[in-house]
Design a protein around this ligand. Structure first.
Ligand SMILES: [Zn+2]
Length: 500
C-alpha cells in the first residue's frame, strides 16, 4: 500500500512537472508584425498592409485581415517597413578562417580562430543571411559552428577529392592524408600519383567515398575539377570514367553533384559529367580574351549550361576578394569593424597577417599592388560578363559568395554575401533576379523550399525587416532593421563584433 501511495504521489508530481514543462514551452509568445509590406519572390509585386503571425518559430498567417494572436503576443509595427525571407548563401566554408593558413595550430592562430568562431555566425546574420550551405568543411569546423548560440541554419555538402588534387595540393602530404582521409584514388594517375603506402585501393573507390559522404548526412557532393591556378596546369584530375562513377553513385543516393570549375576547359568537363551545379562562375578564358561581351566559344558553353538547366553560382567575390588583398583601404572599411573580431582585424595589419598577400604577389612575379589588382580585375570582368550573358538568357542564378574562397582577409562572412549581390548588380543583373537568387532559386535548387525562401504560412520564420525595398535599391541590404531567426527577433547592431 505504502509503495503504491508513494508511486501515486510520484506520478502526480511527474504529471505536474510535465504540465509545467509543456506550459513553459508553449510560453514562447506569439509574434505579430502589423501593417508591413511583404516582399517575397513568389509574389508578382510587394503586398502592402499585411499582418503576419509567427508562432513556435514558423509563419502561421500572412493576411490583409487582422490575425488572431494570443493576448500577450509581441507586436512589431511594420508600417513603412518591408518583410522579406532571410537570405541563403549556398557556397560557404564555415571551417576556414579568412587569412589563416590551412591547418595552422600555433597559439596565436588558435586564439584568432576562437574569436572568429564566436563571431562568424553573427556576421552572417548581421547581413541577413539565415541559411547557409557549406560545400566542404571538416567535421570539427561544422561542429564548432553548430555549437554557437545564435547562428543561421546550416546545411552541407561533402567533398570528394581526388588523390593529391585540388584543394589538398595546398596541404603538406603528411598532413593531407590525416585532414582529408576520404580521397578518391585515380588509377589513371598511378604513375604520377600512386596510392600512399599502407592505403587500400578498395577503400578509395568513388562508390565507397560517396557511400561515406551519404552516410554523414550531407545533402550533396562537391567535386573539384581544377588542373591549376596561374602558371600551374599539372594538378591531377579524375578521369572521365571515375567522374561517371561519381555521378552514378551520387544519383543512387539521391545526392546533388556540385563541381568546383571556373575555367572554360574545366567547366566543359563538369557539363559532360552532368553535374547539377557549377559552384563557380566562368572567369578563366584568357585564350579567348576580348575587350567586351563574351566570345563565341564562351557564349556556346553558357547556352549549353542554360539548356541543360545546370545551377550556376557566379561567386564573383572569389577574384574580387583576392584583389582586395592589394587595396590599401580594405582593412579600414567600416564594415570590417562590424564583422571581423578586433584581434583578427589587428592581426591582418601585421606582417604575419599579410602572408597570403605576399605569396600571391610572388606567384605573379613580384608585381606591385596596382598591377596585382589589375590582373585580378581583368579576370573579375570576365566573370561578370559571363554572369550577365547567362542572366540575359533567362537562367536563374544562385547566390553563393564562397566565403572564404582562399586564405584571404578580403573575404568576410556576411559582408561577402552582400558584396556578391552588389557585384551581381554591377554586372547588370536586375534587382528582382538577385533577390530570387538569394531566396527562392537557392532553396529550390537544394531541396529546401518546403521550409524556406518565401514569406508564406508554414515556412520557418527566418525573416528580415528592412527599411527599404530590395527590389528597388541595394541599400535595402545594408539597412536591415531586425533579423527574425526561427521566430526570435534580433536587433541588427547586437550582432556586430565587439570592439576591444
Ligand atoms: Zn568554395
Amino acid at each position: 500500500m505504502k509503495g503504491s501511495r508513494r508511486s501515486g504521489v510520484a506520478a502526480r508530481l511527474a504529471t505536474a512537472l510535465l504540465m509545467s514543462v509543456l506550459a513553459s514551452q508553449a510560453r514562447a509568445a506569439d509574434l505579430v508584425i502589423d501593417q508591413v509590406t511583404v516582399v517575397s519572390p513568389q509574389l508578382n509585386a510587394p503586398q502592402p498592409k499585411q499582418n503576419v503571425l509567427i508562432r513556435d518559430g514558423r509563419i502561421v498567417a500572412v493576411s490583409a485581415k487582422p490575425v488572431s494572436a494570443a493576448a500577450d503576443a509581441v507586436r512589431i509595427d511594420g508600417r513603412g517597413k518591408f518583410l522579406t525571407p532571410g537570405l541563403m548563401d549556398s557556397h560557404v566554408h564555415v571551417g576556414d578562417v579568412p587569412g589563416l593558413p590551412y591547418g595552422a595550430a600555433d597559439p596565436v592562430s588558435n586564439s584568432l580562430r576562437e574569436a572568429y568562431t564566436r563571431q562568424q555566425p553573427r556576421s552572417y546574420l548581421y547581413y541577413g543571411v539565415t541559411q547557409l550551405l557549406d560545400l566542404a568543411s571538416l567535421p570539427e569546423g561544422i561542429a564548432a559552428f553548430e555549437a554557437q548560440p545564435q547562428r543561421p541554419d546550416l546545411f552541407r555538402c561533402g567533398p570528394a577529392v581526388v588523390l593529391d588534387g585540388y584543394p589538398s595540393v595546398f596541404v603538406d602530404p603528411s598532413v593531407r592524408y590525416r585532414l582529408l582521409p576520404d580521397y578518391i584514388y585515380e588509377p589513371a594517375n598511378a604513375a604520377t600519383h600512386p596510392l600512399p603506402k599502407g592505403a587500400d585501393a578498395a577503400q578509395h573507390t568513388p562508390e565507397v567515398i560517396i557511400d561515406r559522404i551519404a552516410a554523414s548526412g550531407a545533402r550533396c557532393v562537391k567535386i573539384f575539377i581544377e588542373d591549376g591556378f596561374g602558371g600551374a596546369s599539372d594538378w591531377p584530375l579524375m578521369s572521365k570514367e571515375t567522374l561517371q562513377r561519381v555521378r552514378a553513385a551520387t544519383r543512387k543516393h539521391g545526392l546533388l553533384l556540385l563541381a568546383h570549375a571556373n575555367a572554360i576547359d574545366m567547366q566543359r568537363i563538369a557539363v559532360e559529367t552532368q553535374v547539377d551545379v557549377l559552384a563557380h562562375g566562368l572567369w578563366n578564358w584568357n585564350e579567348y580574351s576580348t575587350p567586351q561581351g563574351v566570345p563565341p566559344a564562351i557564349a556556346a558553353h553558357l547556352r549549353d549550361v542554360h539548356a541543360k538547366k545546370i545551377g550556376y553560382q557566379p561567386t564573383l567575390r572569389v577574384i574580387a576578394g583576392l584583389a582586395d588583398l592589394f587595396r590599401e583601404d580594405t582593412l579600414k572599411d567600416p564594415a570590417y569593424a562590424k564583422v571581423v573580431p578586433a584581434p583578427l582585424l589587428q592581426w591582418y595589419a601585421t606582417p604575419a597577417g599579410q602572408w597570403f598577400k605576399e605569396l600571391s604577389r610572388q606567384e605573379m612575379g613580384g608585381v606591385p599592388d596596382m598591377k596585382a589588382m589589375h590582373n585580378y580585375m581583368v579576370a573579375s570582368s570576365y566573370g561578370m560578363r559571363a554572369t550577365k550573358y547567362l542572366h540575359d538568357l533567362g537562367h536563374p542564378l544562385l547566390l553563393g559568395s564562397d566565403t572564404p574562397s582562399a586564405p584571404t582577409f578580403g573575404s568576410q562572412p556576411g559582408y561577402d554575401t552582400y558584396r556578391e549581390m552588389r557585384m551581381m548588380a554591377q554586372s547588370g543583373i536586375a534587382l528582382p533576379a538577385i533577390f530570387r537568387a538569394a531566396t527562392l532559386n537557392n532553396v529550390r535548387q537544394f531541396g529546401l523550399d518546403k521550409d524556406y525562401g518565401t514569406v508564406e504560412a508554414g515556412k520557418v520564420a527566418n525573416l528580415l525587416l528592412l527599411t527599404a525595398n530590395p527590389l528597388e535599391t541595394m541599400r535595402a541590404w545594408t539597412s536591415i532593421d531586425r533579423i527574425i531567426l526561427r521566430g526570435t527577433v534580433i536587433k541588427r547592431e547586437s550582432l556586430a563584433a565587439p570592439r576591444e
